[in-house]
Design a protein around this ligand. Sequence first.
Ligand code: ADP
Length: 449
Amino acid sequence: MQLWRDNDPQSIAGVLGAMLATATDRIRRRALLLVVAAIVGGICALLAGVSAWLFALGACLALGLAALIGLDDDGGAFARDGEHHGRFGEAEPVGGWRAVLDAVPDPILALDEAGTIIHVNPAARELHVNARVGGQPSLLTRDPEFLQAIDEVIDDGRQRTVEVQERVPIDRRVRITLTALAETFEDEAATDAGSPPRVIMALHDLTEQDRLGRMRVDFVANASHELRTPLASLVGFIETLQGRASSDPAAQQRFLGIMSQQAARMSRLVEDLLSLSRVEMREHLPPRTAIDLNETVAAAIQALEPVARASEATLTFIPCEGPAIVLGETDEIVQVVQNLVQNGLKYGRPGGTVEVAVRRIRQGPSMRLAVAVRDKGPGIAPDHLPRLTERFYRVNAKSSREKGGTGLGLAIVKHIANRHRGELRIESELGKGSIFTFVIDEQARRPSD
Ligand code: ADP
């Protein structure tokens, strides 16, 4: 991008204006000094017999030059009060090595020849509250390998990388690269005054990467475990049908029934895994279509009527007044309602009621819509509540599997809520039942209205 356009009168006028403003500012700030100098100069000139007109011309020229030439005490030609200060209020001369380190988004510390911390960039301050200028690197960690590496880098100037594991106050793993600087930074402008930097310490926090890695391993282990169990059962029954039960029609019928259940369980699991990965992939793209929540929830519930009848439960629905417009993906909202209602039917009291209601709620200045699914089942103990939306987390794994659960339903609901910039609220009381509420912003009207 070209910042300066040749022969552009507007640009030239702008630059002249800026120069005039700078000159006025400088004259204002040095007014007292200049006035005293002009009076003294005037008296000397008159005594020396110089004409008043000639003196006036000279004084004007001198004032102009004084305004345009920068003095050291105002921080250079482009510095103004408050400019070029580090994020934490440290003055940073333009172009100094500290300013360069501050511009780097990764955490970096600089050490001098004695191994004392002489600079901590803003990213490092956020990561390590303990690192401070004038302190020792042992403030960060007393890991002997790390402290020895610093001494060695200062001695022989060769780069070293160490990994440091901390347990307190939080579990954290950091990779530290120590690089020696060959330059001596004798020049005042380059060193920003004070000791010159000898070692640059770049920190790379591996904690998040480790956490994601662990999550991936856990997820694959859980998913394969969930698939392996029904698969092993299918293989076992196939062998039995080929062998012992090959001439027992009654046993064959029974085993085929179990095999069909196991195959259905595997297929539900694969479907849920695919749903989860689809919604995760689109989580950053909020839906833009205006839909009516009353209509969508009603359709989702209608599709579940046969399931409710099969478990002899009653399903009720109370829509909210007027149109309930949200920006949403119909299929995903249907999936939220179906997952929550199916859970109400599965874990609620046999032959009980599952109530679904769409309600309008005020939250701060905005109106939101809530789809609440309530059952009067056994409820959930409070210590389980925060973990219910984790993948494969179940209060009782055996009971969930027996009821056809995959342990992924609420994780899917949570990701759909995130995609809709909404939330899932869970309230439950042991012995009384549970309310799962999906909350989403209400839109004033359909865009086409
Ligand atoms: P699942 O496929 O096991 O139902 P979910 O992710 O839908 O998986 O639910 C996770 C766990 O939360 C369930 O295994 C169950 O223990 C508990 N849970 C969900 N909904 C209810 C409910 N309405 N009442 C009691 N417990 C519930």
